[in-house]
Design a protein around this ligand. Structure first.
Ligand code: ZN
Length: 356
């Protein structure tokens, strides 16, 4: 449907902000600091791991510190890079888009699942891959209820703790070899895509597991245990950042895109901000806590989001459009857990007439 007065004014106000302040929509100084800091963090900690002769506890601490740089890169650099929201320079953008592969995740498949799919079908069961969770979690009333969902708010964090390990080791391969969404099945892969998938996965396993075992006189189980602990932290942190913007109390989980007159209303209904003024989230969440503006302008660098969110709020207020937010990160997590509890209850099922 064509844009209405609200939608038009919202985008006009956003564009005017950049024009009036003579700013680029891409990386600013704060983003350049993030890019440099994450490169130093990733490379520096890795070099120290292999060059310092550390006792086991020192190695463990540094290994976990390095592993956390990977979720930082995924959220703060890789996400924007794969939305082409950082640099105008094509070569530099291409290099940064591989930051996902560098930390074990296939960037090309991410662009499919996230840019092409999620950004168009938020919270729609069967289309939004963010809600798949291998059928172990029920985020929408449109997923068939099963008895074990009664406990999903209890076991959810155990699943989130294997979120990134599963993604790196199985999900990416499954997407290539056993595609499970309609759009994924339509994808064509060249031999270069397969080569790139296997090359980057081997590279990741080499520097995280094989080389420490070979060069540092550590047992496989020591390194592998640390790997799983590091990924448990990354998975719990990453999932907390990602899932608290769409599956919380108040956010709608529609039957289809047709439920809304315009995509902008789909965004406002299904997306919730949290901790809007948090400095910690600004530096660590990749702007995903300011998720409404992310969906409105995915190609704008996330360091502009705090200023743009003020524009989103005031324009929505002027037109009486509901803008949803949770005051803090913790309140968003609490809301996510109580939403899951609600979705796990047996009484929250569609009746036959509603599904028809
Ligand atoms: Zn995105």
């Amino acid at each position: 449907m064509a844009a209405d007065a609200f939608t038009r004014e919202l985008y006009q106000n956003i564009h005017r902000y950049f024009k009036d302040n003579n700013l680029s929509k891409l990386a600013d100084r704060r983003m350049r600091i993030k890019v440099i800091a994450s490169a130093v963090w990733w490379l520096g900690s890795l070099l120290l791991l292999f060059t310092l002769q550390l006792p086991l506890w020192g190695f463990a601490a540094l290994y976990l510190f390095h592993t956390f740089s990977q979720i930082y890169i995924g959220l703060n650099i890789g996400h924007d890079a794969n939305h082409y929201a950082i640099f105008k320079n094509k070569r530099l953008s291409k290099v940064l888009s591989y930051s996902f592969d560098l930390v074990g995740l296939n960037a090309r498949m991410w662009r499919q699942l996230h840019d092409v799919e999620h950004h168009n079908v938020m919270n729609i069961q069967g289309e939004d891959e963010n809600m798949e969770a291998r059928g172990l979690l029920r985020y929408s009333i449109f997923r068939k209820w099963r008895p074990y969902y009664k406990f999903q708010h209890v076991y959810v964090y155990l699943l989130y703790m294997v979120f990134t390990t599963d993604w790196a080791f199985t999900k990416d391969f499954e997407c290539y070899f056993f595609p499970y969404t309609k759009k994924m099945k339509q994808m064509k892969h060249s031999w270069k895509d397969y080569l790139s998938l296997f090359f980057w996965k081997s590279f990741y396993v080499s520097y995280m597991i094989v080389l420490p075992v070979m060069l540092l006189d550590l047992s496989f189980w020591t390194v592998f245990t640390l790997f799983l602990i590091g990924h448990a932290i990354n998975g719990a942190f990453g999932a907390s950042i990602i899932q608290t913007s769409h599956s919380v109390e108040g956010a709608e989980h529609p039957a289809s895109r047709k439920d809304y007159d315009h995509h902008v209303y789909h965004i406002f209904a299904t997306t919730t901000d949290y901790g809007v003024n948090s400095k910690f989230l600004f530096w660590f969440s990749g702007g995903l806590h300011l998720h409404v503006i992310h969906h409105l302008c995915p190609n704008v660098c996330h360091t502009h989001y705090p200023e743009l969110t003020k524009i989103v709020k005031s324009t929505a207020e002027k037109y009486g459009v509901t803008y949803q937010e949770n005051p803090t990160f913790l309140s968003a997590i609490r809301s996510h857990l109580s939403y899951l509890k609600h979705m796990g209850e047996e009484k929250n099922q569609l009746t036959l007439s509603q599904t028809a």
